[in-house]
Design a protein around this ligand. Structure first.
Ligand code: NAD
Ligand code: ZN
Length: 346
């Protein structure tokens, strides 16, 4: 096997990334596998690392190989790996957890106290090869387009968020239709929502949510979201808000149209502290708030397979671009301009 490989590395503490050659990684313990990566996808987090925003300046230890959304083929398996074999096609949960902290030991490993994210804190999948603990693997299933496994990570964020709401037969407003919000619209429809509203300021992305099956599209920069939602719900408002923009105005508008006893599920990440009138917006209305982090291991993953196997949801509309890995910067710039959904790198 080759000794070096293509890799996308964050090497300097400023805007940018480096596409270069790096040594092929090796299995460090008997519980890991070496995977030849077939396809990868760019995450909003990769864009933040590329831009070198405040979060990445605090978090990223350079140099690091980026990339946590991918699927590929196992080319080598450690001695203790029995459930997978060389040749298996897999994707992976790239949050590597300790399995020892209180969260891990009580079935909440997605909230592990000692999580290490491959592609953020350790070497990731924007390379020809990546090493992953076998416990983190998830098999590519027949009957589901292979490429979708490259976006199981964000699809899982969407699935996790939707199923923390009270969706079947109920109405939902999704604020922010980036790739995750757009997928959430399709998931909510597949899960039997009575009506799916999506608010999104970006035309390209609002259209993406429409293709995923949203019933009502709203541009809050041009329309009065509160009036429109209240109008279309006979003055009642919606049962669920899935906040997927990380924008405070979206959260505040959402809280104006949520019904009493509604569910507010928060995935979007805010750049600043959020100020709210808690009394009126939450307490007197009896709202339930849930914060979402990552994907449940592995409850969310079973649901992802299950949903796609129903045939009631197709992720094709959110996959908008394909580039060779060397041209990753083109994809990052399109995402920065808001002119892309998921960008696949081969
Ligand atoms: P994204 O940035 O691509 O999507 C956010 C969308 O919100 C954009 O399309 C933007 O145009 C839209 N938006 C901005 N202001 C708005 C407003 N006022 N009203 C309506 N829409 C507005 O992000 P994504 O990759 O789809 O992820 C969605 C959010 O979830 C982001 O905030 C991301 O940081 C966060 N996230 C959280 C987790 C987690 O585990 N909690 C995981 C992944 C992503
Ligand atoms: Zn843990």
């Amino acid at each position: 096997m080759a000794k070096t490989m293509r890799a996308v590395i964050k090497s300097s503490k400023e805007r940018g990334i480096t596409v270069t050659e790096a040594p092929v990684p090796t299995i460090k313990n008997d519980d890991e596998v070496l995977i030849k990566v077939h396809k990868r996808a760019i995450c909003g987090t990769d864009l933040h690392i590329y831009q070198w925003n405040a979060w990445s300046q605090n978090r990223i230890k350079t140099p690091v190989i980026l990339g946590h959304e991918f699927y590929g083929e196992i080319v080598e398996a450690g001695r203790n790996v029995h459930t997978y074999k060389v040749g298996d096609l897999v994707t992976a949960e790239m949050h590597v957890v300790c399995n020892q902290c209180a969260m891990c030991r009580t079935g909440k490993a997605h909230l592990c106290e000692h999580v290490v994210i491959l592609g953020v804190d350790g070497p990731g999948a924007f390379a020809d090869y990546v090493v992953v603990p076998a416990l983190n693997l998830w098999k590519v299933k027949p009957g589901i387009p292979e490429e979708y496994f490259a976006i199981y990570d964000p699809f899982g964020n969407a699935v996790h968020t939707v199923f923390e709401g009270d969706i079947p037969t109920k109405s939902v407003l999704i604020t922010g239709a980036g790739p995750i919000g757009a997928m959430a619209a399709g998931i909510a429809k597949a899960a039997g929502a009575s009506k799916v509203f999506v608010s999104e300021i970006n035309d390209y992305r609002r259209e993406m949510a429409g293709k995923m099956g949203a019933d009502v599209l709203i541009n809050p920069a041009k329309e009065n979201l509160v009036e429109k939602v209240m109008d279309l719900t006979g003055g009642e408002g919606v049962d669920n808000i899935l906040e997927m923009s990380g924008a405070q105005p979206a959260l505040k508008d959402g809280l104006k149209v949520i019904k009493k006893a509604g569910n507010l599920v928060l995935l979007g990440i805010y750049n600043n502290d959020v100020t709210l009138d808690f009394n009126e917006a939450i307490i007197f209305k009896g709202i339930t708030i849930k914060g979402i982090n990552g994907r449940k291991m592995f409850d969310t993953w079973y649901r992802m397979d299950g949903l796609l196997q129903t045939g009631k949801i197709d992720l094709a509309p959110v996959i908008t671009h394909h580039f060779p890995m060397e041209e990753i910067e083109k994809g990052l710039l399109l995402m920065e301009e808001g002119k892309a959904g998921k960008v696949i790198l081969s």
